[in-house]
Design a protein around this ligand. Structure first.
Ligand SMILES: C[S@@+](CC[C@H](N)C(=O)[O-])C[C@H]1O[C@@H](n2cnc3c(N)ncnc32)[C@H](O)[C@@H]1O
Length: 309
């Protein structure tokens, strides 16, 4: 049988978003836990929406609507909530949450994209023995790879230059462009939240990984699992005039506090104590070093002069 090799980006796109793609057939929440699944995260997003004076909150890549469902009771009915998602509208989503496949032309308020950019497929490249940077081709059925044509990219030269044969990178140009397109629609604040790296510490062999069933698994491009790569967050921030801040610091600015409640509360109001303890546990999870706290927020306030992409 002859190998059928295509560009990594094409194979990745089909694996996640083709007719039987992972995100069309699987709920992210069934395979991995994100900040959107932690209630205290919604409280911080609601606080930000209030600070922005948002008429609308748009959740781009909204999974099964977990963040929006948690936001609904925290924000007045005058705040419109919109999920933008390639997967179908969840059957049990409350009627007062809108659901669409396309970003609205204008967003008056707050745009949030939690763990969206890492799932935007990239061209995977490798530096060849002859010193050229070449596109990696892959047979989606077997994972067999070969090097294809030279991939000449201004983005790679600037943001992720490869110096040694065998080194790999993911070309983040399309991600920067996708986020810039989203931010350009916003009158207010846009936040992309993801795991990522900076120019000084790019991993030498790229970062493509797979997750399924709650753990990291072998990468496969057959739609059975998530396929993700860390985000070059400094490039994204540069594309949109954004501020880069670690999640633990962003949440602290929004009042998320991992401190334990005073023990006296356990005597005075046991139920309140248990609730406060649970919130402290969630805050600790969202701000943990080596975990969600290390995530980057790319924050763009489009109402600030000079911040427009
Ligand atoms: C890792 S999940 C994150 C889900 C949710 N934001 C969370 O934090 O739990 C990424 C989601 O983005 C969605 N997605 C990816 N590209 C998209 C696009 N262009 N438009 C809408 N949704 C998209 C996927 O279907 C998937 O549900």
């Amino acid at each position: 049988m002859t190998a059928h090799r295509v560009s990594w980006r094409t194979a990745w796109e089909t694996a996640l978003y083709g007719d039987d793609g992972f995100f069309r057939t699987s709920a992210p929440v069934d395979h991995f836990r994100t900040s959107a699944h932690v209630g205290t995260f919604a409280e911080a997003v609601a606080e930000l929406a209030r600070q922005v004076g948002a008429c609308t909150v748009v959740d781009l890549g909204s999974g099964r609507g977990e963040l929006l469902v948690a936001l609904r009771p925290l924000l007045g009915q005058d705040v419109e909530l919109i999920g933008v998602e390639v997967a179908d509208r969840p059957a049990d989503l409350p009627d007062d949450i809108a659901w669409t496949t396309e970003l609205p032309a204008r967003v008056d308020g707050l745009l949030v994209a939690n763990e969206w950019l890492d799932n935007l497929p990239c061209t995977v490249v490798e530096r060849a023995d002859d010193g050229t940077v070449r596109e990696v081709l892959v047979d989606p059925a077997t994972g067999d790879e070969t090097l294809g044509d030279v991939h000449d990219s201004a983005w790679l030269r600037r943001w992720w230059p490869l110096s040694t044969p065998g080194e790999r990178a993911e070309d983040g140009g399309p991600r920067d462009a996708a986020w810039a397109d989203a931010v350009a629609r916003v009158d207010g604040v846009a936040i992309a939240i993801d795991y990522g790296h900076l120019r000084g510490d790019r991993p030498p062999f790229g970062t493509v990984r797979s997750y399924a069933g709650g753990r990291e698994v072998d990468v496969r491009l057959d739609g059975s699992r998530d396929v993700t790569a860390d985000v070059a967050v400094d490039a994204v921030a540069d594309a949109v005039g954004g501020r880069l801040v670690r999640q633990r610091d962003a949440l602290a600015e929004l009042g998320v506090d991992g401190g334990r409640p005073p023990i006296q509360l356990a005597h005075d109001d046991p139920a309140a104590y248990v609730r406060a303890l649970s919130r402290a546990g969630e805050a600790a999870e969202l701000t943990a070093r080596g975990g969600l706290g290390d995530f980057w927020w790319v924050v763009t306030d489009t109402r600030m002069e000079g911040s427009a992409p």
